[in-house]
Design a protein. Structure first.
Length: 416
């Protein structure tokens, strides 16, 4: 292997008889380099956006959500609450009731998802870091308050802590026998906005958080009925182990959903988009690899005399093919390795200095494009480019048959 590698390296570095071969070889390296660089930068940006979305949803979604496998509601007595609360690293155990509702403030109306929560919800909740305005208060002095998404509050035109401008909440009656008027068809209650959060458009335009007692009253549930139980853990917890323990404790009547399972469709779409981009940019690298095929084809023609001499000296067909195959792999290797290094430097610079910004800083959650580098992406890109380089080298090399070598020897002898 050392002898073919030595010759292949000399061919790569030496000046050819036709300058166009050198130019095509340089273009081949640059094409692979640019494709590799683009691939690793785009994948890293996708990773950054994926982490950003996860962090946004983690501010609202609990670490685990327990729901009934059948039906919409269940009774708290069906769960071993004390055992769950006593699990290691459990910092919040929240009973919750969710239902669609209509909000009305003067002439403005908005349909939302009402989320009634117990007091544990306010304990060390990351949603507090996403507050746009106000304070995390749900009940005080027998007054019901509400924490609203930014777009809900904006569309309603609410004012925080203003008892003269309360918001009326309507929920369809479960036991209504007559549907003639609004009061006959809906249960209603009054809430005063206490805070506004800004997390993500889908959440900000959909959710309001109210006291659990109010939600149960509007839904005509008793004091033990919930639609879910939400559990948050201390940072650094081994989530898989806790999920397994929860599933063992609650039995087969309930499902335990982690954050990814709660937003399964979103994360599947994000993964699909990432790999779709990977395939698209891989096709671009394949197109760039045609330069490698052209470069090797011309190199084989340029080195006909060398091939004849090597064959006359006893080199086998396999060994001569290996020389040119290594030449193609080296072109791909240099392009891939250099592209990965440059890609790493660009991603590092973006992570450190935030060079490329997202337009107006006030219009986005973060001021610059998020980037996260993962070594698996680097490995996948490097292996993919080398495989493409190997395949692109195969076609011109397979033309070097035994018959071709005999003809080259004959032409060389005749020329002598």
């Amino acid at each position: 292997m050392q002898w073919p590698f030595y010759i292949a390296r000399r061919y790569l570095r030496s000046k050819k008889s036709h300058n166009i071969i050198n130019i095509i070889s340089i273009i081949s390296v640059v094409g692979v380099l640019v494709g590799t660089l683009a691939l690793i930068v785009v994948l890293s940006v996708f990773n950054g956006f994926e982490d950003l979305v996860k962090s946004l949803y983690s501010s609202f979604d609990p670490d685990f959500k327990i729901i009934a496998k059948t039906g919409k509601t269940f009774h708290i007595a069906d769960l071993p609450e004390e055992k769950i609360r006593n699990l290691p690293d459990v910092i919040s155990y929240t009973r919750a009731v969710e239902e669609n509702a209509l909000l009305k403030n003067k002439n403005e109306q908005v349909i939302v998802t009402m989320k009634g929560v117990s007091d544990d919800f306010l304990h060390d909740n990351p949603i507090e870091t996403m507050l746009y305005d106000g304070q995390m208060i749900l009940s005080e002095d027998q007054i019901n308050y509400s924490i609203m998404g930014y777009l809900v509050a904006y569309n309603l035109g609410v004012r925080l802590f203003d008892p003269n401008s309360p918001v009326t909440i309507y929920v369809p009656r479960r036991t209504a026998s007559r549907l003639g008027t609004l009061n006959q068809s809906f249960n209603s209650g009054v809430i005063i906005p206490s805070a506004v959060f800004a997390i993500q458009q889908e959440i900000d335009s959909k959710y309001i958080i109210v006291p659990l007692a109010l939600a149960r009253q509007l839904m005509e549930y008793d004091s033990t009925t919930v639609t879910s139980v939400e559990i948050r853990l201390a940072p650094g917890t081994e989530y898989n182990k806790i999920q397994s323990k929860l599933e063992t404790l609650i039995g087969d009547q309930f499902d335990v959903k982690n954050r990814f399972q709660q937003q399964a469709l979103l994360y599947r779409i994000m993964k699909s988009e990432k790999w779709a981009i990977f395939l698209i940019l891989t096709f671009i690298i394949i197109i760039a690899a045609f330069n490698v095929t052209g470069s090797l084809s011309m190199l084989v023609l340029d080195k006909r005399k060398d091939i004849a001499i090597l064959f006359s000296m006893g080199a086998s067909t396999k060994m001569i093919k290996r020389i040119f195959m290594l030449e193609g792999v080296m072109i791909s290797f240099i392009g891939a390795f250099t592209g990965l290094i440059l890609g790493f430097l660009i991603c590092w610079a973006q992570m450190t200095f935030g060079i490329i910004r997202l337009g107006d800083a006030d219009a986005f959650i973060i001021p610059y494009y998020p980037v996260k580098m993962e070594w698996l992406d680097f490995a996948a890109v490097f292996v993919t480019v080398l495989i493409i380089g190997l395949l692109s080298s195969w076609y011109p090399v397979r033309q070097i048959s035994k018959k071709y070598l005999h003809n080259r020897v004959a032409e060389f002898a005749k020329g002598q």
